[in-house]
Design a protein around this ligand. Sequence first.
Ligand SMILES: [Fe+2]
Length: 383
Amino acid sequence: MTKTPELRKIQKLVLDYLNAYPTATTAKLAGMIVEDHPGVGTKSRFMNAINYRRGTAGGTKRKTIKMSERSAIIHSFLRRFPALSLPRISELIFSNHPNQFKDLNDVVSKTVRERTRAFHGGEMPAFKRVHVPPGLRQGQPDLCITGARRMLLLSDLHVPFHDEQAIAAAVEEGVRQGCDSLYINGDAIDFYMLSRFRKDPGMPTSPEEVDLLKTILCTIGEPFVERWYKSGNHEDRLEYYLWTNAPQLSHFPCMELPAVLGLAELGFTHVKSKQVAHVGDVVVVHGHECNVNSGVNPAKSLYTRLGASAVCGHVHTCSTHHEMSPITRKSVHTRSCGCLCDLRPEYHPINRWMHGAAIIEVTASGHSSMRGFRIEDGVVTYV
Ligand SMILES: [Fe+2]
């Protein structure tokens, strides 16, 4: 009979697996081959080939392959103490059969080999699965904003410490550039009174801040068709305050930020704190998710942390970084987009903050790009 390439492959696999797992049952071995090499042959075909090779085709009893004495010793210990750790069982074997092995390391290496064989041969059900109690998952799925668009990205308004002139200039520039969507990228509200730091009791209360922010969102959102509101570290203050002072109330939907700000009524989609958003190929984060630092070049810090084209707020300065991958020849562009709040806050009056914003554009062909501008005395300059 002429051997087809398919038959030759089956026979080679059978030979390899028989050498590797000589003690495995025919059915187990065939199952392993089918699982490791799908599409080569059916399980029954492999079983026939294995039986043929073992000389048991036609119902003859399978020939047993004789184990070495050392392997037999190890197997007997593995069967008797399936739950013992590798070091412990190796010590046990060595102390009972010191003359069969060179030293303890010899026992360990042979036990690993025999345990692997026993596992694959289906002889050690205790090792078939490692059962670990499930862990909690705190991450949230990324938000993918798809489709062609020109999006204005504003960050760090810190209402009620916002700069009304800078906000107006940024929105007007977005409209002038034909932006159709708006992304508020975190820290739109300050939640001053919910801070864990010392507080001036003369400052606006949290409900006053919320009312003011809602008025501003209503105004600045109006020119845009689609709107997103991302929670930054200052929005987190609401949740953290409740966790500390009223934990039993913290998970009522009416106490959560989207309800408190009435985002749905204002036409904004909420993006959770630390949730990563993708606008085309540009990753949008507030900055607290990945600890972007405000050192020499925050955009470079963002690149170091994400390694992808991205924009952030949080650091209150405008910066850019471009890098070309020498391997893929693809360029990466990162940017921090500045803030829209008071530049001389009481807690940090000497700083390098600047007003600014960014525009992300995704074309119909899927190409993504990003621009940014700073604002000084209401005048926009692209940087
Ligand atoms: Fe901020």
